[in-house]
Design a protein around this ligand. Structure first.
Ligand code: PLP
Ligand code: COI
Length: 342
């Protein structure tokens, strides 16, 4: 490799969440009805047909997971089996070829192993973000699934998605934008949902909000997705998170539901009417990139109504965050086998 990148003298505290070149990525091609071997690449570019279905008809799904450096110098990947399953779920949702679960996990491990120098040090607040990507690479001009697919795993060191990190931010409710249709692709991790969210997201950010809190697209009655994260609220000793056909089943949320039970919260997964925002003691957004982003204020733009939750993270939110992060870093036992040590 000509110019090997190093992370010497990196200020990890200010690294932010963005693309960064690392030294290697892993690729796998589906052709003639079969997946080929994993291949290691040092190029950031791919060469695909101009009529690839990913480019025209949105046959594209991605994943996001993280690896963490422990105090013991070991690197831990969080719940990659869940991401492997979810990528198959997304693939099924838009008729792409499934990447086998073991191939997904082998590719993730290889991408981490080959970029060990980019795993941020223990305790610095940054981590290695792993981005698996599956695209229809074969040509079609009729609206049909491709015959060829490309699976790639690349990685980069990142800080928290919301620059505030574990500090409360604000959310915006707007009824004139939807990210997904009621029976559409909202539950899959496919690019089209993110394209659909760009305009609303830009507007919210321009007005100083960290994300849009979407209501259900059919009735605008219930809380749905929270930008690139799931929503939760806490009240009367219960962790409450929306049940909806159009939100992504978040692996962070799934983990927090388990931790919530462990720390004595009741867990409720159900429809959450927007008026219920009035009654929560704490609310947050959760996801791999966001971890937990506590929320201090939600503004409903259409009703000119605001809900406030205090300017510091609440006690339950703090406990959930600390427990989750301790398991990820290897500072706490891993009773559910969530972590793969490299
Ligand atoms: N919802 C959306 C729309 C997302 O993009 C993400 C990020 O992956 C999440 C929720 C959180 O999911 P996870 O915790 O699996 O990262
Ligand atoms: C993640 O949390 O992994 C995400 O995919 C969120 C965002 C960067 C799209």
């Amino acid at each position: 490799m000509a110019n090997k990148i190093t992370m010497e003298n990196q200020d990890w505290k200010t690294i932010g969440f963005g693309y960064r070149k690392t030294n290697y990525n892993v690729r796998c091609y589906y052709k003639n009805g079969a997946w080929g071997p994993l291949e290691l690449s040092d190029s950031e570019y791919i060469n695909i047909h101009m009529s690839a279905t990913a480019l025209h008809y949105g046959q594209e799904a991605f994943e996001g997971l993280k690896a963490f450096m422990g105090k013991d110098g070991k690197v831990r990947i969080f719940r990659m089996d869940e991401n492997a399953k979810r990528m198959q779920y997304s693939a099924d949702g838009i008729l792409m070829e499934r990447i086998p679960l073991d191939k997904f996990q082998e590719a993730v491990k290889l991408a981490v192993e080959k970029n060990m120098d980019f795993v941020p040090p223990y305790g610095c607040g940054a981590s290695l973000y792993i981005r698996p990507l599956l695209i229809g690479s074969g040509p079609q001009i009729g609206v049909k699934p491709a015959d060829e697919y490309l699976f790639i795993v690349f990685v980069m060191p990142v800080g928290p998605y919301f620059p505030e990190g574990f500090k409360p931010t604000d959310l915006l409710i707007m009824r004139k934008f939807d990210r997904a249709a009621p029976q559409g692709t909202g539950k899959y991790k496919v690019g089209g949902n993110y394209a659909a969210s760009l305009t609303a997201g830009k507007k919210a950010k321009a007005e100083g909000y960290s994300a849009v809190l979407y209501l259900d697209s059919r009735e605008k009655k219930y809380i749905d997705e929270c930008g690139p994260a799931n929503f939760f609220g806490i009240k009367n000793g219960a962790y409450i998170t929306p049940e909806s056909d159009s939100i992504l089943p978040s692996i962070t949320n799934k983990s927090l539901m388990k931790i919530a039970e462990d720390i004595g919260l009741k867990v409720e997964r159900r429809r959450v009417p927007v008026e219920e925002l009035e009654t929560f003691e704490e609310v947050g957004a959760c996801g791999t990139a966001a971890v937990i982003s506590p929320i201090k204020r939600i503004y409903d733009d259409d009703l000119d109504k605001e809900y406030t939750y205090g300017t510091e993270p609440g006690p339950w939110t703090t406990k959930l965050y600390e427990k989750l992060r301790a398991i990820q870093d290897g500072d706490a036992p891993d009773p559910y086998g969530w972590v793969t040590v490299i």
